[in-house]
Ligand binder design. Structure first.
Ligand SMILES: Cc1cc2nc3c(=O)[nH]c(=O)nc-3n(C[C@H](O)[C@H](O)[C@H](O)COP(=O)(O)O)c2cc1C
Length: 347
């Protein structure tokens, strides 16, 4: 992207980026290599820590540091994402996980899906105070205006990601379409409030340009980066994603029921419809659903194992290196922004 002009927003200035593209944390899918490659390409990548132990997260962060060629002790231009209800399970382990962010000078944390994220935000702020270094920036993902108002006015976080109901992976069953929720949140954000970014169902640079013209500081693309060479998706999962059309991306609690994952009330997930969803909708016995799902997941059989995907999946037809995805999105966004500026009619 060396010869291409950069795009400047408040987000790119805050994080020192060339392009306002964020690859979000994706549990079991975004490790250290993907996050680092996105950041190297001029965007910003998050490791999805999910159910990771401190040892596993340490390995992932060290991998990112190696790819980024950052010396130990120097700031690391990636983030790590945590899921609130998983952090709540063990305070001691979670504090160990979060302390790694200070140890490795990770630039940002992303929190979502908690019953109450406030204690964890407070803990990160305490870590920031003790470290004396540049603060770890706090991103929070929200699925409603109410959640956004809490993050903006009470928690006063640095960046709020507005997740539309189109988003792949977990999200709110009560969510709203991105083009409705994002303007609602922007209209309720004070001028000195957090930066607002958005995502859910995005697949190409024209949609990124649309978000920027709405007033967002950046765009978040998850499913698109599942189809990078560096994601942790299996070949079978990539094949499903490449072949899927958007109507196969459905919101469901089937996989949470089958996997026994206790996400908070109102949270479900968006994935490609398969036999697990069909069986759940038919009301099959839960023990049978779980057994079939466990066996399929162990074998990587996508007829029943989960393949998370947002509604943009039907527009995605190619696996590319993450760097190429960032370059393509950036160039298309630039071109659309230029076209839009030509729409002005001078009489
Ligand atoms: C495979 C997968 C795993 C995800 N895991 C997480 C996660 O661990 N934490 C989180 O906050 N969001 C997670 N998400 C949601 C993303 O943060 C983001 O909202 C979503 O990917 C955006 O929608 P899109 O996939 O349609 O681009 C995940 C999404 C996917 C596709």
């Amino acid at each position: 992207m060396a010869s291409t002009p950069a795009i400047r927003t408040q987000l790119t200035q805050l994080l020192g980026l060339k392009t306002p593209l964020i690859q979000p944390p994706m549990a079991f899918a975004s490790g250290g290599v993907l996050a680092a490659e996105v950041s190297l390409a001029g965007g910003f990548g998050f490791i999805g820590s999910g159910f990771d132990t401190p040892e596993k997260l340490r390995r992932d962060i060290e991998t990112a540091r190696t790819v980024l060629k950052v010396e130990p002790g120097s700031p690391l231009p990636i983030g790590v994402g945590f899921i609130g209800w998983i952090l709540d399970k063990s305070e001691a382990t979670s504090k160990e996980l979060l302390a790694l962010l200070v140890e490795y000078r990770v630039k940002a944390i992303w929190l979502s899906f908690g019953v109450n994220l406030s204690p964890w935000i407070q803990f990160v702020r305490e870590l920031n105070q003790q470290s004396g270094g540049p603060p770890i920036l706090i991103f929070v993902q929200v699925c409603s205006l109410q959640e956004a108002l809490t993050a903006i006015n009470e928690w006063k976080v640095d960046v709020v990601n507005v997740q539309g109901i189109e988003a792949g992976g977990h999200g709110a069953s009560y969510g709203l379409p991105l083009l409705t929720l994002l303007p609602l949140v922007l209209a309720n954000t004070p001028p000195n409030g957090p930066l607002i970014i958005g995502g859910g169902g995005l697949a190409d640079g024209s949609q990124v340009a649309a978000l920027l013209t709405l007033g967002a500081s950046g765009a978040v693309l998850g499913t698109r980066f599942l189809l990078s060479q560096e994601s942790l998706c299996s070949e079978a999962q990539r094949k499903v994603l490449i072949e899927a059309d958007s109507s196969q991306s459905v919101r469901t609690v089937a996989f949470d029921q089958a996997g026994g994952w206790p996400f908070p009330k109102g949270i479900d997930g968006r994935a490609i419809r398969n036999a697990t969803v069909d069986d759940y909708e038919k009301g099959i016995d839960i023990s049978v659903l779980r057994k079939n799902f466990e066996e399929a997941s162990a074998k990587g059989d996508t007829d029943r194992a989960v393949v998370w995907a947002g509604t943009g999946v039907g527009l995605m037809k190619q696996v590319l290196p993450a760097k190429e995805i960032v370059r393509e999105l950036h160039e298309e966004c630039l071109s659309r922004l230029r076209n839009a500026s030509n729409l002005e009619i001078k009489e």
